[in-house]
Design a protein around this ligand. Structure first.
Ligand code: 5GP
Ligand code: MG
Length: 192
């Protein structure tokens, strides 16, 4: 089988750029949450945030607990259908806890808004969002963080469909160590 690098039109962030930005984010989060009496809960939004969560967690120098949640609104296309559903819930009890939702991309905002509401209903005392990429130009839902939660983002992403560093198209490309723009002809041709 061939590598998928040839499907990438351009690289937006290299592996080195990602590593350095993720450690800055982790330092910021560590400083902001060092006063908590109970360990914060890092909640990765599966599957796209798996690499980001792993790298971030390694650089947060505080006791933390880790869990995953899954919300689905994407099929195999490049546009959200706008009504995400929680398809796999937390294992940990987040009642009274500070949660940091760790996401790959905040795009229209509907997924993160649904997840914040869900964590509120589960009794989290505050919810921060740490997203690797943010596409503010595409926002449709203006979500509110819970309690004294903060919004952290790695990079502002231009309005392209991107893959790599956890992010997929039709479940491929997640293991690319960089983030790149997928060649548009690939949207029509799904076999590698
Ligand atoms: P939202 O609900 O904010 O519109 O979409 C959030 C989800 O859509 C992200 O967590 C991500 O899974 C997916 N998404 C949005 N933009 C992109 C993109 O450029 N590339 C990939 N692979 N997924 C995206
Ligand atoms: Mg996602």
């Amino acid at each position: 089988m061939k590598s998928l690098d040839s499907h990438i039109e351009s690289v937006l962030w290299t592996s080195d750029e990602i590593t350095s930005r993720v450690s800055e984010l982790a330092a910021e989060i560590s400083a902001d949450l060092s006063h908590l009496s109970e360990p914060p809960v890092l909640v990765g939004v599966a599957t796209g945030a798996f690499l980001f969560l792993a790298d971030l967690a390694r650089h947060v120098h505080l006791p933390v607990t880790v869990d995953f949640i899954r919300a689905e609104s994407y099929g195999s296309g490049t546009e959200s259908n706008g009504s995400p559903k929680i398809s796999s819930d937390l294992k940990l009890d987040v009642t009274g806890r500070h949660v940091v939702l760790v996401e790959d991309i905040v795009d229209t905002g509907s997924t993160i808004s649904c997840l914040i509401a869900h964590l509120e209903s589960k009794g989290a005392s505050s919810v921060s969002v740490c997203t690797f990429l943010d596409k503010p130009s595409r926002r449709k839902v203006h979500f509110k963080l819970l309690g004294n939660g903060k919004f952290y983002r790695g990079f502002e992403c231009p309005d392209y469909f991107v893959v790599g560093y956890g992010m997929d198209f039709a479940e491929l490309y997640r293991n690319l160590p960089y983030v790149g723009v997928l060649k548009p002809e690939r949207y029509k041709c799904q076999s590698p």
